[in-house]
Design a protein around this ligand. Structure first.
Ligand code: C2E
Ligand code: MG
Ligand code: MG
Length: 596
């Protein structure tokens, strides 16, 4: 055998010498092997009580015992241990009986060189058999239990619900989803997320009755099957107890974290006669609880079931968005404050569905991210944007960079850098004209990985921007190690300007930070001349927002910034005017509206 796991062979033979011979012969060839010899039924039974036998080698006939009986004894106790008859004399009838009784081979002592290959073969078979059994056992537990919490999973819950729907007596199925749990994962990492989920499972178990079944349905979703529940009001009362576990904050790494959850209930038997329907009913009630403001309980109402499946419908429609060519891009210009010119455009994806109309990215990007469709969608965006930018470049436009957003799952994709390289090569776009935007939260999620990926992108010559900067939790030491080119100041700070002092301080801090890191800044969501003026004064390099232009279709963008350039003039005009006005009058007198 080629493994060094201990091998145990049981020899059934009345001759001590023959036993020694066998062990001597095999010991030389099989590593880590041990032997034990027995010569009667009683001793054999006793030996087989122990675990870990890999093989039995039995003499053919012994006083008061023989191989046929030995095999019967073995099969009674240990089904799968191979059995070889090793016989000194030929007895056709008995040999035949042993083989038909299930012996794995028959070797004559006179042909002892055959013993070793037969033993090797049987040991290998037995090892493969054991591994297969082990794998099957693991698969059985894995497909019925959740690995993280050890709770039953969706499959086991469904089995239990199914086997109980036929029984009389009312029951409730309660489905619970933690509110905004992705934020925990995003901000503190998946390790913390997992630890919290385990704590939640423990607390829920503690408030449930001994006959209630608690399961984890996946990610941050749990469900319980509650017995002896009399109607909706009673189900709510029980679900209240489950929600009660969130009244005390969770402790993780010395921090207090507050969680809430949304809960939906369906009732047996009135809401369905099979597990699938009952689970869907509870989940759609839960979706309603989320929609109605989270941290609450809803009982399934058949009249409302239609709307709750919207997410599912959206999800399945999104699956086909790329192939059905339902996606398109809008481009929003970014102005360079000093040169007063459009230096870049951000590509923003749009989805037009025949039934849902135009779905905003804030609605479908998170869905695409959850389901993994983002990989295909993101690739389409990347390739389309690169091709478009190359096209504009060829149309004779002074260099115009294109910025492309990467979502969390898209950036986690291990092939992302390859995809970027392909998009660049295929389009022929100079790599420095592609700017990749990842949000601060995504960048910090797994900072060491981020560094490696960003370095790869940098080596290709691509520029990197940190999007929505200021809204996450950046570690400055990591920020310093990220090879980034730009910080994009989040719209939420710009929006509060010029009146909100806190926002102004944050903007100042970000600009100072960027300058210390020797990288650029973009302010997004600039809507008024005052905001622009203030940002320009603070030294922000690029501005983007409705004050200059909304995101535009390719045609409009081309028309305004590539061919006629009148809109660009318009934007320049706005910059010039805003700056000049200030020179002419005190800031108080400056009240330009977004349409100025
Ligand atoms: P973002 O990357 O921060 O994009 C800026 C968003 O702010 C865009 O919204 C843009 O239309 C909006 N915006 C720009 N100027 C103003 C302004 O002056 N006022 C206001 N109120 N809003 C302004 P949009 O297009 O709805 O995109 C929202 C988010 O969706 C984006 O935020 C981005 O995170 C995501 N997204 C959009 N396109 C893509 C994409 O192709 N891939 C990925 N992964 N995410 C995308
Ligand atoms: Mg962006
Ligand atoms: Mg942003």
């Amino acid at each position: 055998m080629d493994t060094c796991e201990p091998t145990r062979i049981l020899i059934v033979d009345d001759s001590e010498d023959d036993g020694m011979l066998i062990s001597h012969q095999l010991k030389r060839e099989i590593p880590n092997v041990s032997f034990r010899r027995v010569d009667c039924e009683q001793d054999m039974r006793l030996a087989l009580q122990e675990q870990g036998w890999d093989l039995v080698i039995s003499d053919h006939s012994m006083p008061n015992f023989d191989s046929v009986r030995a095999l019967e004894v073995l099969r009674e106790v240990r089904r799968n241990v191979p059995f070889i008859v090793y016989s000194g004399h030929y007895d056709q009838e008995k040999g035949l009986a042993a083989m038909t009784g299930g012996a794995d081979d028959f070797v004559y002592k006179s042909n002892s060189q055959r013993l070793l290959p037969v033993v090797r073969r049987e040991l290998r078979n037995s090892r493969l058999h054991r591994e297969k059994e082990q794998a099957e056992r693991t698969a059985r537990t894995l497909s019925l239990f959740d690995e993280l919490t050890g709770l039953p999973n969706r499959n086991l819950l469904a089995q239990q619900v199914q086997s109980r729907v036929s029984e009389s007596g009312p029951a409730a199925l309660v489905c619970m989803d933690l509110d905004r749990f992705m934020r925990i994962n995003d901000s503190f990492g998946y390790g913390t997320g997992d630890a919290l989920l385990k704590q939640v499972a423990k607390r829920l178990e503690a408030v449930l009755g001994p006959s209630d079944l608690l399961a984890r349905l996946g990610s941050d979703r749990f469900a319980s099957l509650l017995w002896n529940v009399a109607g909706g009001a009673d189900a709510c009362a029980q679900a209240e107890r489950m929600l009660g576990v969130f009244s005390v904050p969770f402790q993780q790494n010395g921090q207090e974290l507050f969680l809430t959850a949304s809960v939906g209930c369906s009732l047996l038997p009135e809401h369905g006669s099979d597990a699938g329907t009952l689970l869907r009913a509870a989940e759609s009630a839960m979706a309603l609880a989320k929609k109605n403001g989270r941290n609450r309980i809803e009982v399934f109402d058949p009249k409302l079931s239609h709307g709750a499946s919207t997410r599912l419908q959206l999800e399945s429609a999104l699956h086909h968005a790329v192939e059905r060519e339902e996606l398109f891009l809008h481009y929003q210009p970014m102005y360079e404050v000093v040169s007063q010119r459009v230096g870049a455009a951000e590509a923003l994806v749009r989805w037009r569905h025949e039934r849902f109309g135009v779905v905003p990215p804030n609605q479908f990007i998170p869905l695409a991210d959850d389901t993994g469709y983002i990989i295909e969608i993101g690739e389409w965006v990347l390739r389309t944007a690169c091709r478009q930018a190359r096209h504009w470049q060829q149309a004779g436009r002074a260099p115009l960079a294109v910025a492309v957003n990467f979502s969390a799952a898209q950036f986690r994709d291990e092939h992302i850098n390859e995809r970027v390289r392909n998009a660049i090569e295929e389009s022929g776009l100079p790599p420095e004209l592609l700017e990749v935007e990842i949000t601060e939260t995504v960048a910090m999620q797994d900072a060491e990985h981020t560094i490696a990926k960003l370095r790869g992108l940098k080596r290709m010559g691509v520029r990197i921007a940190i999007d929505d900067f200021g809204t996450g939790y950046s570690s400055l030491s990591y920020l310093r190690r990220f090879p980034i080119d730009v910080l994009k100041i989040d719209r939420s700070f710009v929006m509060e300007l010029p009146d909100d002092g806190d926002s102004l301080s944050i903007v100042r801090t970000i600009v100072a930070l960027a300058s210390a890191l020797k990288i650029g800044t973009v302010a997004e969501g600039v809507e008024t001349a005052e905001q622009f003026k203030l940002l320009a004064d603070e030294g922000v390099e690029r501005v983007q927002g409705f004050y200059f232009s909304k995101p535009l279709s390719v045609e409009d963008f081309s028309e305004k910034f590539i061919t006629r350039r009148s809109e660009e003039k318009d934007g320049e005009e706005k910059i010039v005017r805003a700056l000049r006005l200030d020179a002419l009058m005190p800031l108080d007198g400056l009240r330009l509206s977004a349409s100025a």
